[in-house]
Design a protein around this ligand. Structure first.
Ligand code: UD1
Ligand code: CA
Length: 487
């Protein structure tokens, strides 16, 4: 729903002292994205006329995240509090009638909750509407004072910050989320009356609430349907708690799409990952980045997929790593395989244990089952790569390609020194070091010729026995001469 009269203000100038970090708070990540990106994504569907991010600490880096997401940044320097931040953005808001204000450090808020907040604000013709939550442990948050304690729909008279609470106010468990909708023409005069009467000598936006209420203007509070949505990230423990919730939501979404997860709480999935119906994810799997998994795949325990595109019916066996790779349908990978960037495995290919593939295409039905390195290689269909095959793609200065045709048989323990080509249907004898092209249908053999020396072993044993005997004799005579000396 477009909101032509609405502006969005994200407060993101603070340092985040309690995180003890060199990185500005809103650039820390939860649920696979920066806190700021999470907040801006939740706001985007509201289609506000303008989105402004208040920046201060690491302004340049924060702006670099905000601008590609369609927001404008406004510098607040120095930071004299959340009320001061609003005064700083006043001009940037132009003719907007209403503003939703959100802290950059509460990333779990959902679009529907913001829509409901604006809609209550509009329909009640209120001056300020606060998103609140009822928490079992409200410590650390500002508390919401209602005009009547008996009604949860009673108007608000004030927000009291934790440091200013009286003993009886400390019992209140309805907290300020720091997410509000304001009618701007009423906010500005109220904010002008706010004084920095607190420990930090800051202008608190929360104090504007009491000013509005005292002027007889309507201030409402809407309780968030899920109190987890308002969680702020002031500490590393908060970040971990919020990350856990995002991850849980993502897993639920995948399961809703028809994915089976065993011990889902052990599976980590980034926000953009998709997976098809009847795919099975075993415990301890990580699905990262832009990974897309087809239908009926199996991703077994301990595997990590990053920016991997999988077709249907793919099996990734235990403890495999697949990064920046394209895997067509019916492929089997691992256990213990490593696919690096630029790998393309075509339909029905099989990559087994301790096989590493980088920047290579492996043709349909081709197999490399054991202990192999394939780098900068183009391999045709139905080829067999024997155990211990190495493409020697690097000469210390440059990378070179290896081209292997269809239906080739590479014997075990072969080194293919690139650049080199092996034609269709060719064979490579086991243990070869191939430095020259092999024509189609030929056998390439490049190893020392075997010689069998008859009777050699018996002779060797006799010679060894003789040396052992004379050594024993020598040790004995030395011992005796030592004894004589001591006497
Ligand atoms: C704030 C609220 C508190 C509420 C809590 C919810 C105030 C005074 N208190 O407290 O009632 O329960 O959020 O999480 O607002 N910021 C600026 N410029 C500044 C100061 C802060 O942009 O000068 C930004 C911060 O970067 C942050 C947000 O405003 O994103 C909130 O500031 P923070 O210091 O985290 O406030 P809290 O103590 O959490
Ligand atoms: Ca906070």
């Amino acid at each position: 729903m477009p909101n032509k009269d609405l502006a969005i203000v994200v407060l993101a100038a603070g340092k985040g002292t309690r995180l003890k970090s060199g990185l500005a708070k809103v650039l820390h990540r939860a649920g696979g994205r920066s806190l700021l990106e999470q907040v801006l994504r939740a706001c985007a569907p509201l289609k506000a006329r303008k989105t402004v991010v208040v920046v201060g600490h690491q302004a340049e880096q924060v702006t670099a995240v905000a601008e590609p997401l369609g927001a404008t940044s406004v510098l607040q320097q120095p930071q004299h509090g959340t009320g001061h931040a609003m005064q700083v953005v006043r001009r940037a808001l132009g003719n907007a009638k209403f503003a939703i204000v959100l802290p950059g450090d509460a990333p779990l808020v959902r679009t529907e909750t913001l829509e409901a907040l604006v809609s209550l604000h509009r329909s009640a013709n209120s001056s300020a509407t606060i998103l609140t939550a009822v928490l079992a442990d409200p410590s650390g948050y500002g508390r919401v004072l209602r005009k009547s304690e008996s009604s949860v729909s009673a108007p608000v008279s004030a927000i009291v910050e934790e440091s200013e609470l009286t003993d009886s106010q400390r019992e209140i468990n309805e907290i300020n989320s720091s997410i509000y909708c304001f009618t701007l023409k009423n906010l500005w005069p109220a904010l002008a009356e706010v004084k920095p009467n607190n420990q930090h000598r800051e202008l608190y936006l929360t104090d504007a609430i009491a000013v509005l209420a005292a002027k007889g203007q309507l201030v409402l509070a809407q309780i968030a349907p899920d109190s987890r949505e308002v969680l702020g990230c002031n500490t590393r423990a908060d970040l971990a708690a919020v990350d856990r919730i995002f991850r849980e939501w993502k897993r639920f979404a995948l399961m809703n799409d028809g994915v089976t997860m065993q011990l889902p709480e052990t599976v980590l999935v980034d926000p953009d990952v998709t997976a098809g119906e009847d795919t099975l994810i075993e415990p301890g799997v990580q699905l990262l980045g832009a990974t897309k998994i087809g239908a009926r795949c199996t991703i077994r325990t301990g595997s990590v997929l990053a920016d991997a595109i999988l077709g249907d019916d793919v099996s990734v066996e235990a403890h495999s790593v697949v990064a920046q790779s394209r895997i067509d349908s019916d492929v089997v990978i691992g256990p213990f395989a490593r696919l690096r960037s630029g790998t393309h495995l075509k339909r029905g290919a099989r990559i087994g244990n301790f096989v590493e593939v980088k920047n290579s295409t492996v043709g349909e039905g081709t197999k490399a089952m054991h202990l192999t390195y394939l780098g900068d290689a183009k391999i045709g269909a139905k080829t067999n790569i024997g155990a211990g095959t190495i493409t020697c793609n690097y000469d210390g200065f440059h990378k070179h390609p290896t081209t292997i045709g269809d239906k080739v048989f590479i014997g075990s323990d072969s080194a293919l020194v690139a650049p080199v080509r092996v034609g269709d249907g060719a064979y490579v004898g086991a243990g070869s070091t191939i430095t020259e092209n092999i024509p189609a249908g030929a056998l390439g053999l490049a190893r020392g010729r075997q010689v069998n020396k008859l009777g050699w072993a018996a002779k060797k044993r006799r010679a060894l026995a003789a040396t052992e005997k004379s050594a024993k004799h020598f040790r004995k005579s030395r011992k005796n001469s030592h004894r004589k000396k001591r006497k």
